[in-house]
Design a protein around this ligand. Structure first.
Ligand code: SAM
Length: 358
C-alpha cells in the first residue's frame, strides 16, 4: 500500500480539482434537465434580460423555484446575471445548444439521462452484491427520454444523412419496400418514414408495451395505414415475413440474446436486403475508449441500463461498449457476409453498420 510520502501532491491536487468541477458539472446536468422539461430554456431564449419574477410569469412557473434554478445556472455560468438590474439572461450562444429549436444540437435533452439513471441507483447498488439486473419497467421516463434522443440523433438526420448511406435506398423506399424496425421504442423513426414514404410498408416490434402504446398514440394522430406496431420479442422472431430493409436504432447491444436476434434478422431479410444498425461508437477494448469523448457516459449508461436490462432477462449483458470488433464478429457469425461501418458528423455517440447477406 502507498504511504503519504509516495503520493504526488500535484497529481492529487489536480484530481481533487477535477472532481470538484465534475460535482458542479453533475449539478449543472440536473438543472439543465429541469430547464428542458419545464420549458424554461425555451422561454428564456425568447426573453430579453428579465427578473426571476418575469421569467416565472413568462413560463407560468413558481418564482421561488425558478429563482433557485436561475442562481444554480448563474453559478454554473450557463445564465448571465446583472446584479444592478437583478436580471437574468440566457446568452444566444447557449440557447443555440439548450432549446427545442436547437434540435439536433439540444444538449439539455441529453442531460435528462443523469436523472433517469439516478432513479435506479439503489437497485443497481444491490445488483453489485447479488448480480442480476434491473428490468425496463423499474426505470422512470426511460422510453420518453429515449424518444427525445431519437428525435435528436435519428429522426432529424434520417432523410439527409442516414438513409443515403445505402446506395439507392431512397429510391427503393419511394417505389415501395417492406421495412422492419427492431426495438422500435416509441417509433419516432418509423412514423417519420411511414409519412415520408407512403408506398412502403413499415413494421415496428418492441418488447415494452408502454413504448408501443406511446408509438401507436403518435401514429394515430397521423393516420398511417402503412405502419404496424406490435409488442413482440425479437429473440423469438422465427417464422416471420421477409423484409427488404431491417433497422435497429440503438437496440442490439442491450438485447438479452443479441446473437440470436442478429441471426433472426439475417433470416428475416430478403436475399438482396440490408440491415442498418445504429449502435454505440466504441472499441471492444477499454484502453481504446479512453479518448472517446463520451467514454465515461457510455460505460455508466451501460452499467445502469443497457447491461443491466439484459442481465435482468438472464441475458448476456453485452453492455453498450460491446464495440466495433465484437459487433463485426457477431454480425458475421449471424450470417452476414459484408459489414461496412460508417460515421456521421452529427452523431458522435454512434456508428452506422450496413450488413448484407451476400
Ligand atoms: C435503447 S432503446 C432504443 C429505442 C428506439 N430504437 C429508439 O431509437 O428510440 C432499445 C429498445 O429495444 C427494445 N428491446 C430490447 N430487447 C428487445 C427484444 N428482445 N425484442 C423487442 N424489443 C426489444 C427496448 O424495449 C427498447 O425500447
Amino acid at each position: 500500500m502507498s504511504t503519504a510520502m509516495e503520493l504526488d501532491p500535484a497529481k492529487m491536487e489536480a484530481f481533487g480539482a477535477r472532481f470538484l468541477e465534475a460535482m458542479n458539472g453533475a449539478a449543472m446536468m440536473l438543472m439543465s434537465s429541469i430547464g428542458h422539461r419545464t420549458g424554461l430554456f425555451d422561454t428564456m431564449a425568447d426573453l430579453p434580460a428579465a427578473t426571476s419574477a418575469e421569467v416565472a410569469a413568462a413560463s407560468g412557473l413558481n418564482e421561488r423555484y425558478v429563482r433557485e434554478w436561475l442562481n444554480a445556472l448563474v453559478s454554473a455560468q450557463v445564465v448571465d446575471f446583472d446584479p444592478t438590474e437583478q436580471s437574468y439572461r440566457l446568452p444566444a450562444e447557449h440557447a443555440a445548444l439548450l432549446t427545442r429549436a436547437a434540435t439536433p444540437s439540444n444538449l439539455a435533452s441529453v442531460a435528462q439521462w443523469i436523472a433517469v439513471l439516478g432513479y435506479v441507483e439503489t437497485q443497481i447498488v444491490d445488483k453489485f452484491s447479488h448480480g442480476g439486473g434491473v428490468c425496463y419497467h423499474e426505470f422512470h421516463r426511460f422510453h420518453d427520454v429515449m424518444a427525445d434522443e431519437s428525435s435528436q440523433t435519428t429522426v432529424s438526420a434520417m432523410i439527409e444523412h442516414i438513409l443515403p448511406l445505402v446506395d439507392g435506398l431512397l429510391e427503393k423506399l419511394e417505389r415501395g419496400i417492406d421495412v422492419l424496425d427492431i426495438g422500435c421504442g416509441s417509433a419516432k423513426a418509423l412514423i417519420l418514414l411511414a409519412e415520408r414514404f407512403p408506398q412502403s410498408r413499415f413494421c415496428g416490434y418492441d418488447l415494452c408495451a408502454d413504448a408501443i402504446v406511446a408509438g401507436q398514440r403518435l401514429a394515430e394522430e397521423k393516420d398511417l395505414p402503412n405502419l404496424t406496431l406490435k409488442v413482440r420479442d425479437v429473440a423469438e422472431l422465427i417464422d416471420c415475413d421477409r423484409f427488404d430493409l431491417i433497422t435497429a436504432f440503438d437496440a442490439i447491444h442491450d438485447q438479452a440474446y443479441p446473437d440470436q436476434v442478429l441471426s433472426n434478422i439475417s433470416r428475416a431479410l430478403r436475399r438482396d436486403g440490408i440491415f442498418l444498425m445504429q449502435d454505440i461508437r466504441a472499441s471492444s477494448y477499454v484502453e481504446k475508449n479512453i479518448d472517446q469523448p463520451l467514454g465515461a457516459f457510455i460505460y455508466t449508461i451501460s452499467c445502469m441500463h443497457c447491461m443491466s436490462v439484459s442481465l435482468a432477462q438472464g441475458g448476456l449483458g453485452l453492455g453498450a461498449a460491446w464495440g466495433e470488433e465484437m459487433a463485426q464478429e457477431m454480425l458475421i457469425a449471424a450470417g452476414f457476409s459484408q459489414v461496412d461501418i460508417h460515421r456521421l458528423n452529427h452523431d458522435i455517440l454512434n456508428n452506422y453498420y450496413l450488413a448484407r447477406l451476400g
